[in-house]
Write a protein of this length. Structure first.
Length: 164
């Protein structure tokens, strides 16, 4: 569904669980940091709003979106976190590079989720232009970083319920 018609934060059916004992890793890109820094601010703010202590939020930076996969796999192994949020922004250009990066990151995160022990939230904006990126990072469509954080909280809760 198009995000111009839908907001995850406005239409929730699953209540947000208590996140006070949860630990999160957030990996964000340096590339397009004028967008990803806003997503990061939104994610951190939403985690704190829902009870996650600042000391339970670990933020790491990588050069670009493709590097998010490796960083997430290592953070899942060694970071002592319950969930990971990857944040990146790929803006379509004149070459097929956009398609390769988007497909690679999507496949990598999907594999981390199917083979890993903790949820990895796909927070990669894949947009056609800079305006769409701005709209989704605090503009008229809100801040998707907040939505990624809520998803992370709910998925950690889901994983914990299965482990009981």
């Amino acid at each position: 569904m198009s995000s111009s018609n839908y907001s995850y934060t406005a239409d929730q059916t699953i209540p947000v669980p208590d996140a006070s004992e949860m630990r999160f890793g957030i990996i964000t890109t340096e590339w397009n940091n004028h967008i990803t820094d806003k997503l990061l601010d939104g994610a951190v703010s939403e985690l704190k709003k829902n009870g996650v202590a600042e000391g339970n939020i670990k933020v790491e930076r990588v050069p670009g979106s493709f590097e998010l996969i490796y960083a997430a796999s290592q953070l899942a192994k060694f970071g002592h976190v319950n969930g990971i949020i990857i944040l990146g922004c790929v803006i379509r250009g004149d070459t097929p590079h956009f398609d390769y990066i988007c497909q690679g990151v999507t496949q990598g995160v999907a594999e981390l989720n199917t083979k890993g022990d903790i949820p990895v939230i796909f927070g990669l904006l894949t947009v056609n232009n800079h305006e769409q990126a701005e709209e989704r990072s605090g503009g008229r469509l809100g801040n998707k970083g907040e939505e990624f954080a809520l998803t992370a909280i709910k998925m950690v809760d889901y994983a914990w319920k299965l482990q009981k």
